[in-house]
Structure formats: C-alpha cells, structure tokens
Design a protein around this ligand. Sequence first.
Ligand code: 9MR
Length: 385
Amino acid sequence: MNNKFKNITYVTVFYTVICLIGCSNIASTSIASNDTLVSDTLYSHFKELFHVGAAINEETILGYDSQSEKIVTTEFNSITPENSLKWMFIQPKPNEFNFLVADKYVQLGLDNNMHIVGHALVWHSQLADFMQDIQNSAEMNAHVQNHVNTVVSRYKGKINAWDVVNEAFNEDGSLRESVFYNQMGENYIDQVFRWAAKADPDADLIYNDYNVYKPLKRAGILRLVEKLKSNGTKISGVGVQAHWDLNSPSLKEIEQIILDIASVGVPVSFTELDISVLPSPWEMVGAEVSQNFSIFEGDPKMNPYPNGLPDVIQNQLAKRYEDIFKLFVKHKDKISRVTFWGVMDKHSWLNDWPIKGRTNYPLLFDRNYQPKKAYQTVLDLSTTD
Ligand code: 9MR
C-alpha cells in the first residue's frame, strides 16, 4: 500500500486526539469523522500544483520527535535537511565523511515516497574549518570536486533536487568573496554545477539565495542563470529562501520574483518559507549597523509575545499566508515547490535570530504540534485561479 494512504489513517487518529485535547482555532475539517476531509493535508491540497515541503531537524531525522515526524509524513511530500547535509557535518575533516544522519534522512524520504532535497553542497557558512584555511586554488578545486562528487554520487537517484550553491551573491548583485570565489575564481559556480550534473545527471540542480526580492541581487542571480544556460551548464531552477515577515516583501515584490525567474526559463522553488511576527532590529537601528543585535537580548519590546500570540496577530499571520499562497496558486505553472523552513514554531531558527531567546511564531504548526489558523486558511484556498 502506498505510504500516503497509510498516513491518512495515522492523520485521522492524530487529529482526533489533538482535537479532543482542544483545538480552538481550526475549522471543522479537523474533526476526524470523515476521512476525505482529514486527508486534505497540505501536500494533497496542492498536489497538482507544486510540492509542499518542510525542513526537518536532526531530532526528527533520528526518530526522537515522533510528533514532528508524523506531521512531516502526513502534511508534506518533500523534505529538506535543516542542517544535517551541510559540509561541516558531512565532511568535517579532509576526506573524512560522516553520512550517519544524512543516510537516515534520505531513508525517511524514501520510506514515505517523498521528493528529497539535498541542502547545501557549496556554501561559505557551516563549512568545515579546514576549508577556511586553504590558500591554494588547485587544492580548493580538488576538495570541492571531491565533496560534490562524493555526496551527490552517494545519493544518486535518491535525492531529487540539490541546492548546489547557496548564498553566493552580495546584496548589490556582485559575487560574494567567499573562499570558493577567492580560490576558484568567478566561474566557480558554473564548475560546481557541472560536477553535480556529472555525479547525478537526473537530479534537479538549484541555485538558492535570500533577499531575492531585492532587484539588484535578483539581477545578479538572473545573470548567473543566463550565463550557465548559455554555457550549456545544467541549472534546473532558482531557490528563493523566503524568510519574510508580516509586511515585507510586498505581494507585488513577491510576484515580481516569480515573473523574473520564469522569464529566464527556469522554475522557482520557495525553499525556506517562514514569516516572522516579531519586530525587526534593522527597523530599530537602521541598515548599516553590524548584525550583532545582542544589545536587544532580553528587551521585552523586541519579544512582545513570550506567552502566546494574540488573536489579532494570529489573524494577520493567517492573512499573510493566505495572500502569499494565493499568489503561488496564481503562478502555479512557474513554481515547482514550496518548502517551510521548519515544522513547528518551537524549533524555528527564528526564535534565536537575529536576536537570541525570543518567542517567534513563523510556521503553520504551533509549539504543541497543533495546526494554527494560518494552516486552515492555506488549506481553505481554492487551487484554481
Ligand atoms: O535553520 C538553520 C539553523 O539551525 C542554523 O543554525 C543556521 C546556521 O547558519 O542555518 C539555518 O538554516 C539556514 C539555511 O541553511 C540557509 N539559508 C538560511 C537559513 C537560516 O539561517
């Protein structure tokens, strides 16, 4: 039996229990008296349009968080490893690979017939220490080629899409002077995509970044796509991270992202969607300040909802998700995947960034693994425009 059908039974029991405990803010579809209603989960609702995924943490991958795992396997048909496939964990020392958690991650996806994402092959952050010290181009090339080839080959035919290069651009659309850029030269992205394509010709190969709503940065990314395509280098799509908040970027800006990426002939994946509801320190101190916001730690003004999200903000969050998903539905022909950056609010990275120790509410499931109003709003959307 297809695992997704088995999961309909699990989700019936799961939401019955949850609703008996008391879920005030979700509509009658959650009352598990009717399998067809309960089986309308996020991924099944949008199944004909695009994949719906979640980034999962190590606890979920290793089976230490069964409630999270249940949500992942019933609500989503795609997964991304939040941290477990990053270079510092996979290859902490030269040619010493550790695939323990990564293997379990891939197995979880295979067991549940999911679209499996690999994140991220080449990224200046969460890189192994030894890579930071390399001062020689040939050595850098050899390590990057070895990493890409070893990791992609291991999961050939299993990992469906790779974030091949992550966050390579500055905000002005120029290339970031990362260790890769400095040692391998400005064509390093093309080279890395070629190595990835050679290791698994069937995998989708994505370039992934944040702040893609900013025109200059987006222009740099679009130039890259066009350059790779004109060189005959495979690139399958642009990943738009989508770490957004209640007001920014505007719907118009989001729509422009979709239109512009589609105009260079590749689909968009929203790879890391979450909506912060907390005040932004950038608004308080201006854009030029360094990103160390420790002065705000413990400041109640910057952490206004430590004991729960007021209904008025819960409603704003639901409306924001509704508006965003309406756009996604409108442009379904240009979008291949929408992935949330996490499963439930408790584990979101946004509780600790850009200010540590806050209580944020960016996802569709709350701290008690219950669906929020935004969840229901998204599920209630028509999938035809
Ligand atoms: O969610 C990840 C968090 O647990 C890590 O501490 C952090 C380290 O940089 O990375 C987070 O994930 C990032 C992703 O890999 C790339 N895009 C930005 C994400 C949020 O920082």
